[in-house]
Design a protein around this ligand. Structure first.
Ligand SMILES: [Zn+2]
Length: 229
């Protein structure tokens, strides 16, 4: 690209006058990068926004009470942000700082945390979350004994086949810090066909406890891809 026929001194003079590479670029009809390059050639340090007196985004001078008042009237974060020409998170921060409850969002206090925690503990103590009262109860199938052949050697062979890595997230057995779980894809503990078994890390295995239809489909697709590729 052809070098702009303006000497570096002009760039420097304008930069000191306007304190902004963007403004200089506009004045001279070139790009910001050109201005920055010319300043660098002359060893002129660039000034940060705060040094030239512009207020950084996180030090916005806001009338926080006005923000709260407006939000209480509008009950809309986006509208409030637009009104004060700032971002939605900025408004969120102001509201949080002053403990103003937001629509659809709980303000967690020490007290509300404790009362929820106690409610959960009560539910567990009363057995409402275990056995057939549990939302994911499937008729006591987990009590079913594992068949003969479901042994350490079989599980080891599956882990070995899978390279000692979780087949979902690729975590290694070493990172898992315990032997990988060997999961039954069809959730049938009698089905010991290696095609029905897959090694999973503890986290991913925990996930497979819920949403069984999703996981069955997931592993079937995964195995099909592995076989064809
Ligand atoms: Zn995993």
């Amino acid at each position: 690209m052809k070098r702009l026929d303006i000497d570096n001194a002009t760039f420097v003079r304008l930069y000191h006058e306007h304190k902004s590479a963007i403004v200089v670029a506009k004045l001279l009809g070139c790009t910001n990068v050109t201005v920055i390059n010319r300043l660098r050639e002359e060893g002129v340090p660039r000034m940060s926004a705060s040094r030239v007196g512009r207020r950084p985004w996180n030090k916005m001078d806001m009338d926080e009470q006005a923000v709260i008042k407006y939000y209480k009237g509008a009950r809309n974060l986006r509208k409030t942000a637009k009104h004060f020409t700032c971002s939605v998170p900025t408004i969120g921060n102001v509201l949080r700082k002053h403990g103003v409850p937001r629509d659809g969002k709980a303000i967690w206090t020490k007290k509300s945390r404790k009362s929820l925690s106690e409610a959960i503990k009560r539910t567990h103590a009363e057995g409402k979350m275990s056995g057939e009262n549990h939302w994911n109860w499937r008729g006591g199938i987990s009590d079913k004994a594992y068949p003969m052949g479901w042994c350490a050697a079989l599980k080891k062979s599956i882990r070995q086949r899978d390279g000692y890595r979780c087949r979902v997230c690729d975590k290694s057995q070493q990172k898992n810090r315990q032997a990988l779980c060997v999961h039954h894809i069809d959730y049938d503990k009698d089905n010991l066909d290696p095609k029905n078994l897959v090694s999973l890390c503890s986290t991913c295995h925990g996930q497979t406890a819920g949403n069984r239809r999703h996981w069955q489909r997931y592993f079937k697709t995964m195995l099909a891809v592995r076989r064809s590729g």
